[in-house]
Design a protein. Structure first.
Length: 282
């Protein structure tokens, strides 16, 4: 790992920590939710099912017949994946205020349905599908995620749920057009690649590494506004408060781990920019 990258990360970290200590942090950026081609079936699914689609490496998914109706067909040999379908029963119950008997739908469980992603199909080009590819291709440092074998996809983040998601060694899903969220998830991937992402769930250590590291990373590549120090501070404060920690102490405890993950991303990107070494004839 190159020492000069570690220094850049440390310098950016110091600037951000100084902002935290002074209280002079800008207001959090308002994320722009991704609401792509909302007339497609999966835009009406629950956020968890949309997230399943994204984490399986797709930006659109439908059932076998739904793809046929859209002018596409599932390629032979492709294996679908399940989403959850709620099962309701209709029951008549007394209304608590009027006392009248009224029908109600009661959730009694779930069943599954097999769907296929856009990339598993062939046929006519659908409106909006090119937008997702262009958005992902334009993300800074996207080459690093692809070098690590991660699929990067989008989902409709305007429904209730997380703004982004990282699946260990597999994929990143984004629900907002927000570089701070992208950097946060890429930091999770780097932390995981270094073997340090051992926490499961929303833990203050891993979340502080990802959020603080994302701000440091974007500052290192000249995107200080997108680094969103204000939003970062609010995020770190919330997790530190839940863990009974002072937020500055929380940052300091994971600072080396954070800078190592930033350095890994930057050094990986630098290596990708080097021209290939020509083979010397024997």
């Amino acid at each position: 790992m190159s020492i000069h990258y570690y220094g850049r990360a440390q310098e950016a970290a110091k600037r951000i920590m100084d902002l935290f200590q002074s209280g002079d942090v800008p207001a959090a950026l308002v994320p722009m939710f991704i609401r792509r081609h909302e007339n497609t079936p999966c835009r009406a699914w629950s956020w968890s099912n949309q997230l399943l689609v994204a984490l399986h490496g797709h930006d659109d998914a439908r059932g076998f017949r739904q793809w046929e109706q859209a002018g596409r067909h599932v390629r032979k040999g492709e294996k679908g994946f399940p989403i959850l379908i709620p099962c309701h029963v209709k029951r008549e119950e007394n209304h608590p205020e009027t006392g009248q008997i009224e029908p109600r739908l009661i959730l009694v469980g779930f069943k599954h349905c097999i769907v296929f992603g856009y990339g598993q199909t062939e046929g006519v080009e659908l409106p909006g599908s090119a937008w997702a590819r262009q958005f992902i291709d334009a993300l800074p440092l996207i080459e690093v995620a692809r070098r690590w074998g991660l699929t990067v996809q989008t989902y409709n983040g305007s429904t209730r749920g997380p703004l982004g998601q990282h699946r260990f060694r597999q994929s990143i899903a984004l629900g907002v057009e927000n570089l701070a969220t992208w950097a946060h998830e890429l930091m999770h991937a780097a932390d995981d690649r270094l073997g340090r992402l051992t926490e499961r769930g929303q833990h203050w250590r891993s979340e502080t590494v990802a959020e603080l590291g994302g701000a440091i990373l974007l500052s290192c590549i000249g995107l200080e506004k997108d680094a969103d120090a204000g939003g970062c501070w609010e995020y770190v404060q919330a997790y530190a408060r839940d863990a009974g920690l002072d937020p500055l102490i929380a940052c300091q405890r994971v600072l080396n781990r954070t800078c190592d993950a930033v350095a890994l991303i930057l050094s990986e990107y630098d290596a990708l920019q080097q021209p290939p070494v020509a083979e010397v004839a024997a």
